[in-house]
Design a protein around this ligand. Structure first.
Ligand code: SF4
Ligand code: SF4
Length: 377
């Protein structure tokens, strides 16, 4: 990394970053406070960011709390992930129109809008890379996803603290952003207001950085940034032992723990909706009342719905046990067979937003510890 790749921004400089992205034609999204949570939405400047807020998270629990400083990124992740922009919850695939002369089908055009994402965490960049393997490569790549992803400008943020349900260190996805970003920020304390160590990770990032009002980096900026990330890494709320986890889950479909978790699971699908890597969808057709047109829509679905595994006469996974086991085994085990990666990045959202507090790390630990106990002499 050269000195032109790295600088320090003040809060005004961060405002200039957002304004420059907007002036360059990006629609800028970032974290903002709404309805008692930090969610991603349109932002126009630093004033829209969650200054002075943090989140307290545990299994089935999420609360916003005031911080005793003015940090802009002093929280971890909320219920939203960036997949809502790259892989939207609902989108039209095509529309058909019928006239007396002809029936025409028109595919939904590729989106022209380019997005800039402000505040993308390391685990979320890992999640984007996982969804790329699903949507952006191979014979069945989705051109709409590809267009959104190719047009996206990613401003990452290194975590300065971890949440109560985070386990990115176990999944080797964070908290330090290593790749997959255009610019990265590390919030560091300096006087009354924090400043931001900014680093370029792409040519587009380098070009934009050259146009921002910044000051050169000093040695103590780097020390402070490294200390902030080390603090987050040392503070993980959860851990997950990943050694041999594929075989552990694949070889134990009848473990009694699946019955225990099924007795608690509501099959609500919250865990799949908040997960940044879950990608399953269904399609719905609708027609105009006058018979002149019809359209096909794709929307997010979940392996926790009964209809998701419905095939000619019944659902393959009719019990909550079968559905929870499918979800967790796919995430942590068979995703490796399918995509050569884990399906989990350790963001902790499924733990926080599960209404009954089911914890994927605890379920994996329970199965592993029972088996370890059984095999001891
Ligand atoms: S594990 Fe929790 S969030 Fe997921 S379906 Fe079951 S009750 Fe809902
Ligand atoms: S399975 Fe849970 S912890 Fe893992 S990526 Fe999905 S929401 Fe995050």
């Amino acid at each position: 990394m050269t000195s032109s790749d790295r600088a320090v921004l003040t809060r005004d400089g961060l405002d200039a970053l957002i304004a420059t992205l907007a002036a360059d034609g990006y629609r800028v999204y970032g974290p903002t406070v709404r309805d008692g949570a930090i969610v991603y939405d349109d932002i126009a400047g630093v004033a829209d960011l969650p200054a002075g807020w943090t989140d307290e998270q545990d299994a089935g629990s999420y609360r916003l709390k005031r911080r005793d400083d003015d940090a802009l990124f002093g929280y971890v992740v909320g219920p939203h992930s960036w997949k809502k922009y790259l892989h939207p919850p609902r989108r039209r695939l095509w529309r058909a129109a019928k006239t007396e002369e002809a029936l025409t089908f028109t595919a939904e055009p590729e989106p022209a809008e380019r997005f800039a994402f402000i505040g993308v965490r390391s685990c979320e960049i890992a999640a984007m890379a996982i969804q790329d393997k699903v949507f952006a490569v191979g014979d069945y790549a989705d051109p709409q996803y590809r267009a959104r992803r190719d047009g996206a400008f990613v401003v990452a943020v290194n975590c300065g603290e971890a949440g109560g349900t985070c386990f990115c260190v176990s999944m080797k996805t964070g908290p330090h952003v290593m790749s997959g970003f255009d610019l990265s920020l590390t919030e560091i304390e300096r006087g009354d207001l924090p400043v931001y160590l900014i680093e370029a990770g792409s040519d587009a990032g380098r070009d934009l950085l050259a146009r921002l009002p910044c000051r050169p980096v000093e040695a103590n900026d780097i020390t402070a940034a490294d200390a902030a990330v080390a603090h987050a890494a040392a503070q993980m709320g959860r851990t997950l032992e990943t050694d041999g986890i594929r075989d552990l889950l694949v070889n134990n479909p009848d473990h009694p723990r699946w019955d225990e978790v099924a007795a608690r699971c509501l099959t609500c699908g919250n865990c799949t909706m908040v997960c940044p890597t879950c990608f399953c969808t269904t399609t719905e057709d609708s027609s105009d009342l006058d018979g002149g047109g019809a359209e096909r829509t794709q929307r997010w679905d979940s392996c926790f719905t009964l209809d998701f595994s419905y095939i000619h006469g019944g659902s393959v996974r009719s019990s909550s046990k079968a559905r929870y086991r499918q979800w967790m085994t796919h995430k942590l085990a068979t995703w490796w067979d399918q995509f050569d990666t884990s399906g989990c990045v350790g963001c902790g959202r499924c733990i926080t937003w599960c209404p009954v507090g089911i914890d994927i790390t605890e379920e994996a630990r329970a199965i592993r510890s029972d088996l370890t106990r059984e095999t001891k002499p």
